[in-house]
Design a protein around this ligand. Structure first.
Ligand code: S3P
Length: 450
């Protein structure tokens, strides 16, 4: 690879520009790669390990900034967590109900999963007081979706705008069980309530309008919690009061990170990539179904089960893509992949419609507005909808200055778009990728050929 294709410019304030200069002859992508550990599973392994009795061993943990936020919050409440690494992290749990009152504010950084899941545990620790906050993005994201059900359970939580925004203060209480009909399909909401149910006597049930990722259910059960799942009604019930016990967790590669390479492999000419060891839990594989609808050549190989989660190697080859409609119950199963699927749609023949995805407006950035704006700057035909986007494929992209808005998935999606844009694209604030994929640029450098 000629080093002139990819360069990183570090700015004075540690912010980084990723510059991708496509040679006139184009580039192709070739290789076998691995993606970092699944972010959702990494958070849950650290949290359940921290509150279980005995030792939890975690292999393949994501070393991104988000799981580091989870680790530091639970260390501040008494859990002993060895230095984070991908080989083996040891968590010495403190047992259910034993989170200590921290002497400082718990800071979840950029991580909605850390903050929302943790709130369920804090609210159910009677007699203890906690304060929680996050970075400027997280402090603007809605917390009422978890605060309201916790208040219905008897939780005491205070904060700005009727406790809908962090910073929040939590006075732990003995909670009462509820049956919560969630208005949104959100694994963070579901998991928060289930975690609050762990120390609550009786049956705590969450019903969702569509099934969201089920990593909490799988891992809670493995740690010894009593759970009942009713798949006809998308309901899960946790029977409170059982101790959790430390386990061995093997974290598969994150399909949300693999998605960047799947789309890159499909749209960059003359490419073939194998992404090894990717988690293919059916509640996460919406992106594979969407790419299949678009006609992408993606094959699953070597399918197996590792520590309670399905895993496969994914092979992708350059493909002719067609437009499709992405809407309805599939949305929660590909929610984090919509920015990169929007890039795929730019290279698909016809009009791709993405609907029912208003949740994207309250992610690390307003991902509908940001993707529509930045792809339009590159020459794509994108119309922003209240709950999605319409993208007419087939117009070539041109390299320009674009911005990640400090959102990791935006930074990486725009980097993939840059591989097929003429000339030079500069992605500002590209360091955001480290939230979920610290080695993204290294891997890109390894697989790119010109
Ligand atoms: C996550 C759930 C999803 C997802 C996020 C991780 C989780 O959020 O977007 O990246 O680990 O539970 P919502 O629950 O808000 O949909």
């Amino acid at each position: 690879m000629s080093p002139s294709v990819i360069t990183l410019e570090t700015k004075e304030n540690t912010s980084q520009n990723l510059v991708i200069k496509r040679p006139p002859s184009g580039v192709c992508l070739q290789g076998r790669i691995r993606v970092p550990g699944d972010k959702s599973i990494s958070h849950r392994a650290l949290m359940l390990g921290a509150i279980a009795e005995g030792e939890t061993q975690i292999q393949g943990l994501l070393l991104g900034e988000d799981p580091r936020s989870s680790a530091s919050c639970f260390q501040a409440m008494g859990a002993e967590i060895s230095q984070l690494n991908t080989e083996l992290v040891r968590v010495k749990g403190i047992g259910l109900g034993n989170l200590q009152e921290p002497t400082d504010v718990l800071n979840a950084g950029n991580s909605g999963t850390t903050l929302r899941l943790m709130l369920g545990l804090l609210a159910s620790h009677p007699g203890r007081f906690f304060t929680v906050t996050g970075d400027s993005s997280l402090r603007s994201r809605p917390m009422s979706r978890v605060v309201k059900p916790l208040q219905q359970m008897g939780g005491s939580i205070w904060g700005r705008k009727a406790a809908s925004l962090a910073p929040l203060a939590v006075q732990g209480q003995a909670l009462k069980p509820i049956h919560y009909n969630s208005p949104i399909a959100s694994a963070q909401v579901k998991s928060c309530i289930l975690l609050a149910g762990l120390m609550t006597q009786g049956r705590t049930t969450v019903t969702e309008p569509a099934l969201s990722r089920d990593h909490s259910e799988r891992m809670l059960r493995a740690f010894g919690a009593q759970l009942e799942v009713d798949s006809d009604t998308n309901s899960v019930t946790l029977i409170g009061g059982n101790q959790l016990y430390g386990q061995k967790v093997v974290v598969p590669g994150d399909i949300s990170s693999a998605a960047f390479w799947l789309v890159a492999g499909a749209i960059v000419p003359d490419s073939e990539l194998v992404i090894e060891n990717v988690g293919v839990n059916p509640t996460r594989t919406g992106v594979l179904e969407a790419l299949e609808m678009m006609g992408a050549d993606v094959q699953r190989e070597n399918e197996r089960e590792v520590a309670g989660e399905p895993v496969a190697d994914l092979r992708v080859r350059t493909s002719r893509l067609q437009s499709c409609t992405i809407a309805g119950d599939i949305i929660p199963r590909l929610i984090d992949e919509i920015p990169i699927l929007a890039v795929a749609a730019v290279f698909a023949e016809g009009k791709t419609v993405i609907k029912d995805a208003a949740e994207l407006r309250v992610k690390e950035s307003d991902r509908l507005a940001v993707m529509a704006h930045e792809l339009t700057k590159m020459g794509a035909k994108v119309t922003e909808l209240a709950d999605g986007m319409e993208i007419t494929g087939g117009t070539p992209l041109v390299g320009v200055d674009v911005d990640s808005y400090t959102d990791h998935r935006i930074a990486m999606s725009l980097a993939i778009a840059a591989l097929v844009a003429t000339g030079k694209t500069t992605i500002q604030r590209a360091e955001a990728a480290a939230i979920s994929y610290p080695d993204f640029v290294t891997t890109l450098t390894e697989i790119i050929r010109d």
